[in-house]
Design a protein. Structure first.
Lengths: 153, 181
């Protein structure tokens, strides 16, 4: 058999083939999950507004990622033995706030939880500058999230 | 239905699906599932269950990426490339290493022609036994008709490596077919 015959034999294998079962139900279900996250409002938008939309999501994603780090660190400190529990006097925490946008509400809840965990950790270790910096950063992220919600309208 | 009207419907459905019309996307699925699944099935080594997972994944990704589809190529071509990419990513994720799996003892002697005739079922079974990346090169080049430049780019290998992989895959195939006959 030469290469020409070989290629013809192999090309004959190139046939469309329908799946043995209908995959649409599974795809449809996955799209339901997907549409609750990534495909929420899909208006005919311009490239610029799409880019802004993506930037907002990137910011929300980075906030969520950083609060995981904050939460983990706070939890670690909570586990450590401490001396005198002292309440954190300065920089009172912002009031709990829940945005209307369900996509931002998740991030707001997570940030709030992270802030409360950090406050607890500071009660355990009031002299820790790292904890205070983390708390300040978390509160700053909460403010940024509020601004984000305001921009999103 | 003529090819022209099929293309027109296809384009309408693509635009509707990109705007979130699930029914339009379902029609696209019905129209293109055969071609997508056929290619993915071959790359997955003729494994029905895995190929179905990959086909499903390819359509989900297509839905996610549809808003970015610029109509620079036919939707079918775009979808087909996306599905191939999903299948190749799966091969990469499984850590397939063709070089370590291919023993030179398994290759034909120098100068021996690596081509041989076989029944379709035999051939498919033998291709399914190849190491994943070697199979990917063979399927893409000999069955799907891709150029080595495109294969190399998609699989992250040099053109020369793709050619060498093809030679090895054909040699292994000949060996497998020789043993089974």
């Amino acid at each position: 058999m030469n290469e020409f015959e070989w290629r013809r034999q192999m090309r004959d294998l190139r046939q469309p083939l329908m799946p043995q079962r209908d995959l649409w139900a599974g795809i449809d279900a996955a799209l339901d999950d997907d549409s609750q996250l990534a495909r929420l409002p899909r208006p005919a938008t311009s490239a610029v507004s799409l880019q802004k939309h993506r930037q907002r999501w990137l910011l929300a994603g980075s906030l969520a990622a950083s609060l995981l780090l904050v939460g983990g660190f706070g939890w670690h400190l909570l586990q450590a033995p401490t001396a005198t529990p002292v309440a954190r006097a300065a920089n009172p925490a912002p009031a709990t706030w829940k945005p209307d946008d369900p996509r931002l509400a998740g991030a707001a809840i997570e940030l709030d939880a992270a802030r409360m965990e950090l406050q607890l950790a500071i009660r355990q270790s009031p002299d820790s500058p790292a904890l205070r910096r983390l708390l300040d950063r978390t509160e700053l992220q909460q403010i940024q999230l509020r601004q984000l919600a305001k921009q999103a309208g | 239905m003529s090819p022209a009207s099929t293309r027109a419907n296809d384009t309408d459905d693509v635009r509707a699906a990109a705007a979130g019309d699930r029914h339009a996307f379902q029609r696209l699925y019905r129209l293109h599932a055969g071609r997508v699944h056929g290619a993915v099935y071959r790359l997955a080594g003729y494994d029905h269950a895995r190929a179905e997972d990959l086909t499903q994944d390819a359509f989900i990704r297509a839905w996610q990426k549809l808003p970015g589809f610029r109509h620079e190529s036919a939707f079918g071509t775009w979808l087909y490339r996306l599905a191939i990419n999903v299948a190749l990513m799966d091969i990469r994720a499984r850590g397939a290493d063709p070089v370590s799996m291919l023993d030179d003892d398994h290759l034909p002697e120098a100068g021996e022609t690596p081509f041989c005739a076989a029944e379709r079922v035999e051939l498919e079974r033998a291709i399914g036994q190849l190491p994943p990346r070697a199979r990917a090169v063979l399927v893409l080049h000999d069955i799907e008709g891709w150029r080595h430049e495109d294969i190399g780019s998609e699989l992250g290998m040099a053109v020369g490596t793709s050619k060498a992989q093809l030679h090895r895959a054909r040699g292994l195939l000949r060996k497998i077919l020789g043993e089974s006959s």
